[in-house]
Design a protein around this ligand. Structure first.
Ligand code: FRU
Length: 507
C-alpha cells in the first residue's frame, strides 16, 4: 500500500472509532429521563462537580463518582472534558480511593510558576486539592477523619499521581473539614484555600500547595445555618471596574426550599480575611435542584459556575435506572447592584447557543391563554424559551404531556415571587417532599422583565431579570412534556417571545 493510501486508511479508522464512541452515547442516552443537553455520567452514581479547571483549550469536569452503584458509596473522581462547555467526552476515572480514604470534593489549579515543584521538563503541573475521607475513622467516632490531600498531572489531566506526603493539611479535630477550593491570590503571591469547616469557612494560605497556614475564619454567626457548610468558593467579580469578592457556601440541609442549596456572600478579601458588605442570606439558585455549585479555575475574568442538579433530600432515590443525576448547564456569574446591595447573577453560558435549533419568534402578543405549541409544533426534548415584557404581570407557563402531567412555572404578583410547581409532574412518590411548589423572590425592582427557561427531559432552569432570580427544578414525567402554554388572568403583554429546540449533545 502506498504511504498516501496508508495515511488515508488510518485516518478513516480513527474517524470511525470516534464516531463509534459517540453513537454508543447516543444509544444509551435515549433512556427514560436522560438529560439531552446536560452532562450526566454514562452509568452509576454522580454528585458534586470537582476540580473544575480550564487548561490548554479544554474544560475539565471531575465529579464525585461511585462507579459500582447508582447510590452514593466510596467516592472517586470521575472525569469528562469539553472544548465548548456543551459537548462532553467521558474520560477514565481520575482518582481512586486509597489507604487514606475516599476522594471527596475539591478543586484543581494550573500551577503555572511550578510553586509545587511537581513540574518536570517545563511541563506545567495541574494540581488537584481534595479531601481524603477515612470511613474507618468515621465509623470509630473519631473527629479527624477528613484531611486535605493533593495529586498532580503532567499530561493535561489524563493521569494523576498522588503526593507521597499526603495529607498536606491535617484535621485539627473538626468532624466536617472538607471541600478545599484553591485559587492564586495575585496581590499576595500565594495560594488561598477556602475550606468548609462545619459551621464556618476557614481560609488557609500556602506558597507551594504543600504547606498551609491558617489565615482566618468566617461565618459562624452569619448567613444560613440549617445544616453543614460544604463546597465553598471564593473569587472576585468586576462591578464597573470595582473588585467585589463573592464567597459561595453550599449548605445541606437548610436551603430556601428544603434540603441542600447554594448561598453566597459579597464583600472584600485582603488575602487574609473576608469581610462581608451585608449579613443577610442570599441564594445563588432558589430552586431545590442546584447544589455543590462552584466555578472553573483559570478562566481569567470570566467566572463559570456549575452545580449538581439534584438535592440530598432525594438524590439517591430519583427514578432513573442505570445512572443517577446530572449537572446544571454551565452559567456565567456576574454582579449587579440594587439600591446599595450587590447581588450575584447567573446566566446560561452563550456557548449553549451552538446547539440551538430553528427558532420560532413572536412579538407584541397580549396573552391570556396562549398555546406556544400551536406555533412550534409538539415539543420533543430540550429547548429554550425566552420572553420579555415592558411590564411584568402575573402569568403561568405550563409544560405538559398528553397524559395530563405538568410542571407549572410562573410569577405571583401579590407575593412578588417566581415559582415552579411539580406536584403533578409524573413520578413523584419516591420521596414525600418531592411533589411541591417552590418559590424564589423577585429581586429586580424594574418594571420590565425578561425570562429564559432551559428545558430538558427531566429539568427546567429559570433565569429571570438578567439572572437575578434563578431556580433549578428536576422532574420525571412518564412521557416527555410536549406542550407549552402561557396563561395570564389579567392579560400580559409580551414584547418578544422566542422558542427554539436544542439539539442533543450526545448525538
Ligand atoms: C456535598 C458533599 C461534600 C463531600 C461530598 C461527598 O454534596 O457532601 O461535602 O465532599 O459531597 O461525596
Amino acid at each position: 500500500m502506498s504511504y498516501f493510501k496508508y495515511v488515508v486508511c488510518l485516518l478513516f479508522i480513527i474517524a470511525c472509532s470516534s464516531v463509534k464512541s459517540q453513537t454508543n452515547d447516543a444509544g444509551i442516552y435515549n433512556e427514560a429521563h436522560r438529560p439531552q443537553i446536560h452532562f450526566s455520567p454514562q452509568k452509576a452514581w454522580m454528585n458534586d462537580p470537582n476540580g473544575l479547571v480550564f487548561y490548554k483549550s479544554t474544560y475539565h469536569l471531575f465529579y464525585q463518582y461511585y462507579p459500582d452503584s447508582t447510590v452514593w458509596g466510596p467516592m472517586h473522581w470521575g472525569h469528562a472534558t469539553s472544548k465548548d462547555l456543551v459537548h462532553w467526552q467521558h474520560q477514565p476515572i481520575a482518582l481512586y480511593p486509597d489507604s487514606l480514604g475516599y476522594i471527596f470534593s475539591g478543586s484543581a489549579v494550573v500551577d503555572v510558576a511550578n510553586t509545587s515543584g511537581f513540574g518536570k521538563n517545563g511541563e506545567v503541573p495541574l494540581v488537584a486539592i481534595f479531601t481524603h475521607h477515612d470511613p474507618k475513622g468515621e465509623k470509630e467516632g473519631k473527629n479527624n477523619f477528613q484531611n486535605q490531600s493533593i495529586a498532580y498531572s503532567l499530561d493535561e489531566g489524563k493521569s494523576w499521581t498522588k503526593y507521597a506526603a499526603n495529607p498536606v493539611l491535617k484535621n485539627p479535630g473538626i468532624r466536617d473539614f472538607r471541600d478545599p477550593k484553591v485559587s492564586w491570590y495575585k496581590e499576595g503571591k500565594k495560594w488561598i484555600m477556602t475550606l468548609a469547616t462545619l459551621d464556618r469557612i476557614t481560609f488557609y494560605s500556602s506558597p507551594n500547595l504543600k504547606e498551609w497556614t491558617k489565615e482566618s475564619e468566617f461565618g459562624k454567626e452569619i448567613g444560613a445555618h440549617g445544616g453543614v457548610w460544604e463546597c465553598p468558593d471564593l473569587f472576585p467579580l468586576n462591578y464597573k471596574g470595582k473588585k467585589v469578592w463573592a464567597l459561595i457556601v453550599n449548605l445541606n440541609p437548610g436551603g430556601p426550599n428544603g434540603g441542600s442549596a447554594t448561598q453566597y456572600f459579597v464583600g472584600d478579601f485582603n488575602g487574609k480575611e473576608f469581610k462581608p458588605f451585608a449579613t443577610d442570606t442570599r441564594w445563588l439558585d432558589y430552586g431545590p435542584d442546584e447544589y455543590a455549585g462552584v466555578t472553573w479555575s483559570n478562566t481569567g475574568d470570566r467566572k463559570i459556575f456549575l452545580g449538581w442538579m439534584s438535592n440530598w433530600q432525594y438524590g439517591t432515590v430519583v427514578p432513573t435506572k442505570n445512572w443517577r443525576s446530572a449537572m446544571t448547564v454551565p452559567r456565567d456569574l456576574g454582579i449587579e447592584k440594587i439600591g446599595d446591595k450587590f447581588f450575584v447573577t447567573s446566566k446560561p453560558v452563550k456557548e449553549l447557543n451552538a446547539i440551538d435549533g430553528k427558532a420560532v419568534t413572536m412579538a407584541n402578543i397580549a396573552v391570556t391563554n396562549y398555546d406556544i405549541t400551536n406555533k412550534t409544533g409538539k415539543l420533543s426534548g430540550a429547548g429554550r424559551l425566552s420572553i420579555s415584557s415592558d411590564k411584568l404581570e402575573p402569568f403561568t407557563i405550563t409544560l405538559s404531556n398528553d397524559a395530563g402531567e405538568k410542571v407549572v412555572i410562573g410569577y405571583d404578583k401579590t407575593k412578588n415571587q417566581y415559582f415552579i410547581e411539580r406536584t403533578n409532574s409524573g413520578i413523584v412518590s419516591f420521596e414525600k417532599g418531592f411533589a411541591a411548589k417552590h418559590t424564589a423572590p423577585r429581586l429586580s425592582v424594574k418594571e420590565n422583565f425578561d425570562l429564559t427557561l432551559i428545558i430538558d427531559n427531566a429539568s427546567v432552569e429559570l433565569f429571570a431579570d438578567d439572572g437575578l432570580s434563578v431556580m433549578t427544578e428536576i422532574f420525571f414525567p412518564n412521557e416527555l412534556f410536549s406542550n407549552i402554554n402561557i396563561q395570564s388572568a389579567n392579560g400580559f403583554t409580551i414584547r418578544s417571545l422566542k422558542y427554539n429546540a436544542m439539539k442533543s449533545i450526545w448525538r
